[in-house]
Design a protein around this ligand. Structure first.
Ligand code: AMP
Length: 302
């Protein structure tokens, strides 16, 4: 089934203890689409400026990624820059320039209107809601990601958007910030009152935990010897997760659990190189092999 994502398609400046890139293709929707397209066709909604060239677009070609909803505007594309701490557990945002996103009013192409799996990627919650309102019939699943920038700056708008969301994917700090609750299990209960029935807390090198109204499931991060650049890990996780759900076409506990593993698999590939470099090269065979390793990693008898 088709999966629609709205989010940033951006240029990023990234600094990690392993090196520095001044400007590389990034953005939440880019990571998400590349990861999800291994499981299902993806429709992208976003905007880029006239600095986005055919060479930048090339990474999306030859995959099940539809760019009909990626608007071209005059001006500069979204730009974000960040620096990671020595142990890479902390990230400081150095720059967020919304640029063409500041005035973006998404209009979905007709071919997108029947989308039944929707992911409202990390972007202005008003834009997220505007995308949702254009879809013809009630979607099967709506996922949403956000971050401190929007939780602080557009809190009321975010809460309004959350009323229409099934699955919220955020990190532990964002969970605490959104709910003013330190304990994550109690925070999940707060979030259920806001709208979502499932909270997925992304915890970087500690994996991810899914708190559903009826069950809890936890998946580790794949144990890698070296992490080069954590940028986009969360978006790749979300892409693998939502892509797997849409590919399965249905949602039940077993499908949700497997989706968590594929999310973690996709995040683990992304962090092996800078930007989208590794994610853009990963094959389905490598994805399947790593999913099997996850099985071995977590299986035990009682
Ligand atoms: P992640 O590492 O998964 O949190 O995602 C990093 C990506 O999110 C980068 O490629 C950025 O371009 C994008 N990004 C950072 N800040 C924002 C923001 N405020 N709104 C939308 N996208 C953002």
């Amino acid at each position: 089934m088709s999966l629609l994502v709205v989010g940033s398609v951006a240029f990023d400046g990234i600094e990690t203890p392993h090196g520095k890139v001044e400007r590389t293709l990034g953005g939440a929707a880019s990571y998400f689409a590349l990861a999800a397209s291994h499981f299902t066709p993806v429709r992208v909604v976003g905007v880029v400026g006239d600095d986005f060239t055919p060479k930048d677009e090339a990474v999306f070609r030859g995959r099940k990624i539809d760019l009909a909803g990626l608007e071209r505007a005059s001006g500069k594309s979204f730009f974000w820059a960040g620096r990671y701490s020595q142990n890479m557990n902390e990230r400081t945002t150095l720059t967020t320039e919304l640029n063409v996103f500041a005035t973006f009013k998404p209009t979905l192409p007709k071919t997108y209107l029947d989308s039944s799996f929707i992911f409202l990627g990390n972007i202005d919650p008003t834009l997220q809601r505007s995308v949702l309102s254009q879809v013809r019939k009630k979607p099967k699943v709506v996922g949403l990601d956000t971050m401190n920038y929007w939780i602080e700056g557009t809190n009321a708008e975010l809460r309004e958007t959350l009323k229409h969301v099934d699955i919220l994917t955020i990190n532990d700090d964002e969970t605490r910030q959104l709910t003013s609750e330190h304990n994550l299990m109690r925070a999940a209960k707060h979030i259920f009152k806001m709208g979502p029935t499932t909270l997925i807390i992304k915890r970087g090198e500690h994996g991810a935990i899914m708190v559903h109204k009826k069950f809890i499931f936890s998946v580790p991060a794949f144990p890698l010897e070296q992490v080069f650049d954590p940028t986009g890990a969360g978006d790749s996780f979300a892409g693998g997760f939502m892509g797997y759900l849409a590919g399965a076409g249905k949602v039940n506990e077993q499908v949700l659990r497997r989706a968590m593993v594929y999310g973690s698999v996709m995040g683990s590939f992304t962090v092996e190189r800078f930007g989208v470099e590794r994610l853009a090269k990963v094959t389905r065979a490598e994805i399947n092999a790593r999913a099997k390793k996850f099985y071995k990693l977590t299986a035990f008898k009682l």
